[in-house]
Design a protein around this ligand. Structure first.
Ligand code: CA
Length: 419
């Protein structure tokens, strides 16, 4: 299924739409008239899934699952239900659909809709599985000889983040304050982060709960879909706080995700192999097929009131450990996983400078500022900057898109403790 599936919905066959029938991503929307509910993007419309369910056009067992502000209830029904819904939606929205007259009134203009977090984030884990990113950061902090930590080629390094800080695209991000200790300072101080940064990542959503270790294949089956993910990071706060237990407040301000869950099924034609292994992986993490995806990624930066510059372009194939391997590793201890768990891939960077997925790497720790098309320079993010991530998988005459993953930096509070 690598060619465009033609639809009767206007604009859904346009070569540049991110949402052809081949995609059918899942989101949560509201309008002036409608409370937040599940919806499916098609062309420049959204199919109101609560209405489609009420009309009997889609049925998942005997309980209603789509009149809810999250896809968790549907995810919990499992992979057979996921496949059944996708097949049904393709039937309803493809050219020549018998039910077109019943479906058409249930389409809402995307322009009239507000988008919300598409699922309740159960827990959030962030990995460090991009090799070029790890090499760049390691070279900056430890030198080229010891750039990769000794465990890096054997397991995907991660830490437990905060589900409570995950926000949907379009949410403003306030510059955090925190404790920092510049190298030339004797004592730490409390101040707004001066090295606030983005991280270009993909997020994988766990759709099947587990209790105990699962294999890489089982982990791949348990993944429901993918979103774009910007893991905002305060580099100066992190540098002072991270030893020995890893990042904490530096990563807890916000993590922005795109509003549409692109399903694993939609990405199936774009599966790609992992990069060449420098060290054989232990059996429980070994590759068992192509589990990455060929997804072009880009980062844009727009200073306040100014046009955006593309500051990085790379591809999801650059990740060293697939989401399935990350999830398998996550369960080795017996750690239970829940429906709605979110796994951040780690920052995705290619091997050359224009492919770096963070300002830390693009400006090489602030030493080499980048110049935007507006003529302005950036080492790290300035107040008013709007950051955007884009992702696209390119099929034969169609594109699988993710929608926006955007956030604007608003200034730190003058006095965070003022009441
Ligand atoms: Ca990260």
């Amino acid at each position: 299924m690598t060619q465009l599936i033609r639809s009767w919905v206007a604009r859904a066959n346009d070569a540049d739409t991110p949402f052809p029938v081949n995609n059918l991503p899942y989101g949560v929307f509201s309008t002036a008239m409608l409370e937040p509910r599940c919806g499916v993007a098609i062309g420049d419309k959204i199919l109101d899934m609560a209405a489609a369910e009420a009309a009997g056009l889609v049925r998942m067992g005997d309980k209603a699952v789509f009149d809810a502000p999250a896809w968790n209830g549907f995810m919990a029904l499992g992979p057979e239900a996921w496949a059944a819904l996708r097949a049904r939606l393709i039937t309803l929205l493809s050219e020549g659909a018998a039910e077109r007259a019943e479906v058409e009134p249930l389409l809402v203009d995307q322009a009239d809709a507000d988008l919300h977090l598409p699922f309740r984030v159960a827990e959030y884990t962030d990995f460090y599985a991009g090799k070029n990113h790890a090499l760049n950061v390691g070279t900056m902090f430890r030198g080229p000889e010891n750039a990769l930590p000794p465990n890096w080629l054997h397991l995907p390094i991660g830490y437990n983040g905060r589900a409570s800080s995950v926000v949907v695209s379009g949410t403003d991000v306030r510059r955090p304050c925190g404790q920092v200790k510049p190298r030339d300072a004797e004592e730490p101080r409390f101040q707004p982060s001066a090295r606030f940064d983005l991280e270009l990542e993909m997020g994988a959503i766990v759709g099947t709960a587990s209790d105990g270790p699962i294999s890489v294949k089982e982990a791949d089956d348990a993944i429901f879909g993918y979103v774009l993910l910007n893991d905002w990071s305060a580099r100066d706060i992190q540098a002072w706080e991270y030893q020995p237990l890893g990042p904490f407040q530096a990563k807890a301000t916000a993590t922005t995700i795109s509003p549409w869950i692109v399903t694993k099924a939609a990405l199936e034609p774009f599966r790609a192999d992992a990069p060449t292994r420098e060290k054989a992986l232990l059996p429980h993490l070994a590759d068992v097929g192509p589990m990455l995806y060929d997804i072009d990624l880009a980062v844009t930066l727009a200073p306040e009131g100014k046009p955006a510059t593309t500051i990085a372009r790379t591809n999801y194939r650059e990740i060293y450990y697939s989401a399935a391997q990350q999830l398998a590793h996550h369960t080795t201890s017996g750690c239970p996983m829940r429906v709605g768990d979110l796994l951040g891939s780690g920052t995705i960077s290619g091997s050359t400078k224009p492919e770096r997925g963070s300002l830390l790497e693009l400006s090489w720790g602030g030493k080499e500022p980048i110049t935007l098309e507006t003529g302005e320079q950036r080492r790290f993010l300035e107040d008013g900057d709007t950051l955007g991530l884009t992702g696209a998988a390119h099929g034969d005459g169609y594109t699988i898109g993710f929608g926006p993953c955007v956030g604007t930096i608003v200034p730190a509070l003058d006095d965070p403790y003022a009441r």
